[in-house]
Design a protein around this ligand. Structure first.
Ligand code: NAP
Length: 254
C-alpha cells in the first residue's frame, strides 16, 4: 500500500531502544534508508546492523543544536537527502514537585521539547529544498490528556510538543512538509519495564484492551504519517493507548 516510502531516508532519534527502536525497524522493513540516532554510538550502530545495510548509526544529543545539525548532515552525506524525521527521543524520570530541582525540570524539557524544536529546525533546509517532508513527533497521553504524580515536567514537555506542532504545521504547509504526533499510552519498553511489575500490572488493568501497547503498535502509526498518502494530514495527533483515556472511572471498565 505504501510504495511511496521505498528508498526514502528517515532520521529516527532515540532509536537505540524502546519505541524508537521499533520505529526504526519498521522503517527499515518498509525499505527506507534509516539513520539510527542515540547518544550512544555503539548502541545506534548495533541497531543499524540489525536493520541491515540501508541503516547506519549516529551519535547525537538532540538537546544540542550542533548535534542536530551534524545528524542531518550525516544523513545527507550518507543517503543524499532527508525525507522523514521521527523525533522520538525522550526521557521520563520521576520527581514530585517538592523534590524537583530546576536542573531536573530543565533536563526533561531540554531532552523532550527543546530537541523537538532543534531537530525539526535542522531538517527544514533539506525538506524545503525538496518541497517534501514528513515530521512525526512522539508525544504522549501524559500531559496533553492525563496526569501522573512525578511527571509534571514530563507532562509539560509532551503537551509543549503539541503546541509547537500546531504552529509549525501552518508554517511548513507551504513547503509540502507535514508534522503530526503520535500519543502513546503505556507501551512495554525497556524504559517502562524499569517502572516495575506492579506499575505494569496496574496500568494493564486500567486499559480497556487489557494489555500494554507494543512498540509495533506505535511504529505502524508513525509509518502511516510518513507516507505520501498521508499528505493531507498535518498538525494532528493520534492516541494509541488501547482505550486507556476513555473510561470515566474504574467502574466504567466493567
Ligand atoms: P527508552 O526506552 O528509555 O528509550 C529512549 C531513547 O532515547 C533511547 O534510544 C535513548 O538512547 C534516547 N535518548 C535519550 N536522551 C537522548 C538525547 N538527549 N539525545 C538523543 N537520544 C536520546 O524510552 P521509550 O519508552 O522508548 O520512549 C521513547 C519516546 O516515547 C519518548 O519520547 C517518550 O516520552 C515517549 N513515550 C513513551 C511511552 C512508554 O510507555 N514507553 C509512553 C508515551 C510516550 P541514549 O540513552 O543512548 O541516548
Amino acid at each position: 500500500m505504501f510504495e511511496s516510502l521505498q528508498k526514502r531516508t528517515v532520521i529516527v532519534t532515540g532509536a537505540s531502544r524502546g519505541i524508537g527502536l521499533g520505529i526504526a525497524k519498521r522503517y527499515g522493513q518498509a525499505g527506507l534508508n534509516v539513520l539510527v540516532v542515540s547518544r550512544s554510538l555503539s548502541d545506534a550502530e548495533q541497531v543499524a546492523r540489525d536493520i541491515g545495510p540501508h541503516a547506519s548509526g549516529f551519535a547525537a544529543d538532540v538537546s544540542q543544536e550542533d548535534a542536530c545539525l551534524a545528524m542531518v548532515q550525516a544523513a545527507v552525506e550518507r543517503y543524499g537527502s532527508v525525507d522523514v524525521l521521527a523525533a522520538n527521543a525522550g526521557i521520563f524520570p520521576s520527581a514530585r514537585l517538592g523534590d524537583m530541582s530546576v536542573e531536573d525540570f530543565d533536563h526533561v524539557i531540554n531532552t523532550n521539547l527543546r530537541s523537538t524544536f532543534l531537530s525539526t529546525k535542522a531538517v527544514l533546509p533539506v525538506m524545503k529544498a525538496n518541497g517534501f517532508g514528513r515530521i512525526v513527533l512522539t508525544s504522549s497521553i501524559t500531559g496533553p490528556i492525563t496526569g501522573y504524580p512525578g511527571w509534571s515536567h514530563y507532562a509539560a514537555s509532551k503537551a509543549g510538543q503539541l503546541g509547537f506542532m500546531r504552529t509549525a504545521a501552518i508554517e511548513l504547509a507551504a513547503h509540502g512538509i507535514t508534522i503530526n504526533a503520535v500519543m502513546p499510552g503505556n507501551i512495554l519498553t525497556e524504559g517502562l519495564a524499569g517502572m516495575g511489575e506492579q506499575y505494569q500490572a496496574e496500568m494493564a488493568a486500567s486499559i480497556p484492551l487489557r494489555r500494554l501497547g507494543s512498540v509495533e503498535d506505535i511504529a505502524n502509526a508513525v509509518l502511516f504519517f510518513s507516507t505520501r498518502e498521508a499528505g493531507f494530514i498535518t498538525g494532528q495527533t493520534l492516541v494509541i493507548d488501547g482505550g486507556q483515556v476513555l473510561p470515566e472511572s474504574s467502574a466504567a471498565l466493567g
